[in-house]
Design a protein. Structure first.
Length: 518
């Protein structure tokens, strides 16, 4: 027996080296970690249990270019895989694809998050005379890498799916991460694209670097494909662990309430200093969020993309919440094609996983102009309306200053969008447009013919503001705004509101699913 045990240990030790020490050294020479090192850095120490390490070890390709299994993060079970570039370059052959599919399937069946550490050029290219069971395009099994997108789709909204991109992830390998909930990329290291620079040059003649084509800066700031841009691989694992802390294991659970050392009813006096009363003056909404959430801890999602809207996770009273906030520092906080995509996607994720939404509203409306109209702002803006209407999680809105025109719809301020509670600051304004714009529109002739046009215009602006843009007048006229509160009371207001709504009954829509305007 001992002889067989010794043989098993020897074979497993060799398999753990993947493609061998030479290839491991090559990976280290690039300043990168191997697949198993990445998993060990991500999971709680000693918690990883690997599956199918010995697949194809007799063929000199142990694991077939992918390491799969389960472990824990802060004592929570997760399923995980990491593609191994030391074996067949991490390309997807048949056994690779079977392992990839099975670990997704296991996560779904067990109701635990799955974390994908991607580093693969895509499907394995096999010489025609050697094609057979190793060719991912010539298999009879329905569960393989070529259709892992099916189980990604089944998992969507059921378990959290988190992807990280390392090195070059290209071709078909980019679609599984694209179907997951969040994508992390490492600055100056990660690249993802369908066709690489060489193919582009051969077809179009265009020369472009990998970084300019599909680097972390491109996908986190320009395309919005990725959600988090980190400085190093170790930072990536730290941020994944942090993100997971805000999320539940699956759709049937809620995020755990954390121990809270920040007074949930703390008054935030600094808000009076941060937010100017003049609605045309900009300020940084991040500072408002920091004042409102527990210990100022805010996990922002897509921080570099569509910065006119801010989305991310925080805690209030120890409970996870999703924050959606206009950013007056960027494009005056206008809503855009890009911000609509970002906002709708985030709202739907929170609704899937029982995370209440806090809406911090201060926007002049949708960004006007030919570019936005031709980019399809009607369809993209409708995505937000759909997401808000569909969401059944608790929703609390705070109107800090202004919301004009269609933005009142897009930020859930008007009745009919299922926003449970709406509160306003004394600086709040709701209307079709701002007072100066409305006066110019309605009284242009009168202003031109007045003996003193400037005085006449100023009087009309004051009259319009007192009637339509005064929060106390609003409170007197409508019931959908629950109260006018002092800015300093906002955290306490959110705490009490979320406590009230924590057992809200959630009714699902009839039918299989809606037809979201994609």
């Amino acid at each position: 027996m001992q002889e067989k045990i010794d043989r098993l240990r020897e074979v497993k030790a060799v398999a753990a080296l993947g493609g061998g020490q030479d290839k491991i050294d090559r990976v280290h020479g690039k300043g990168q970690l191997t697949a198993r090192e990445r998993i060990d850095a991500l999971l709680d120490e000693g918690s990883f249990v690997e599956f199918n390490r010995l697949i194809k070890h007799l063929d000199g390709a142990p694991g077939d270019g992918i390491v799969t299994g389960h472990g824990t993060i802060n004592n929570r079970i997760v399923c995980v895989y990491a593609q191994d570039v030391t074996v067949m370059g991490g390309s997807q052959g048949y056994m690779h694809g079977r392992k990839l599919y099975k670990i997704h399937e296991m996560a779904l069946e067990m109701g635990v998050p799955i974390i994908a550490l991607n580093n693969s050029p895509g499907a394995r290219v096999v010489r025609p005379e050697l094609a057979g069971s190793d060719d991912p395009y010539r298999v009879s099994d329905e569960k393989h890498a070529g259709v892992v997108f099916y189980v990604n789709t089944l998992s969507s909204g059921v378990i959290p799916q988190i992807a990280a991109i390392f090195g070059n992830t290209t071709g078909g390998s980019v679609y599984s991460p694209a179907l997951m909930d969040f994508i992390f990329m490492v600055d100056k290291e990660s690249h993802m694209f369908i066709t690489g620079p060489k193919v582009i040059k051969s077809v179009t003649g265009e020369e472009i670097s990998m970084a300019d084509l599909g680097g972390a800066e491109v996908h986190c700031n320009k395309t919005g494909v990725a959600d988090f841009r980190v400085k190093s691989e170790l930072d990536c694992f730290s941020e994944i662990r942090r993100l997971l802390d805000f999320l539940p294991d699956n759709w049937q659970k809620s995020p755990d309430q954390q121990k809270n050392e920040d007074d949930p009813e703390r008054l935030a006096d600094r808000l009076n200093e941060i937010v100017p009363a003049v609605t045309t003056r900009a300020y940084d909404m991040h500072k408002v969020i920091t004042e409102l959430v527990d210990m100022g801890d805010f996990c922002e999602v897509k921080a570099g993309f569509a910065q006119e809207i801010i989305v991310g996770f925080a805690r209030i009273d120890g409970r996870s919440v999703g924050i959606v906030a206009n950013q007056p520092m960027v494009k005056a906080g206008c809503m855009t094609v890009e911000s609509s995509l970002k906002q709708a996607r985030f709202i739907r994720f929170c609704d899937c996983f029982n995370i209440p939404l806090v809406l911090l509203v201060d926007t002049p409306g949708y960004l006007p102009g030919k570019d936005q109209e031709h980019a399809g702002i009607i369809t993209h803006g409708a995505k937000v309306l759909y997401a808000l209407s569909e969401a059944t999680v608790p929703k609390v809105a705070i109107l800090l200053r202004k919301v004009y025109g269609g933005a009142a719809l897009g930020m859930g301020i008007l009745p009919g969008f299922g926003t449970d509670l709406i509160f306003a600051w004394p600086t709040a304004e709701i209307g079709a447009m701002g007072a100066p714009q409305a006066v110019n529109l309605f009284y242009s002739k009168e202003i031109a013919n007045a003996p003193d046009p400037e005085t006449f215009k100023a009087e009309k602006i004051t009259e319009y503001s007192n009637h339509y843009a005064d929060s106390l007048a609003l409170a007197s006229q409508v019931t959908y705004v629950q109260d006018i509160i002092e800015p300093r009371e906002t955290r306490r207001c959110l705490t009490r509101s979320l406590r009230l709504l924590q057992n809200k009954e959630r009714r699902r829509r009839p039918g299989h699913h809606g037809n979201m305007p994609l």
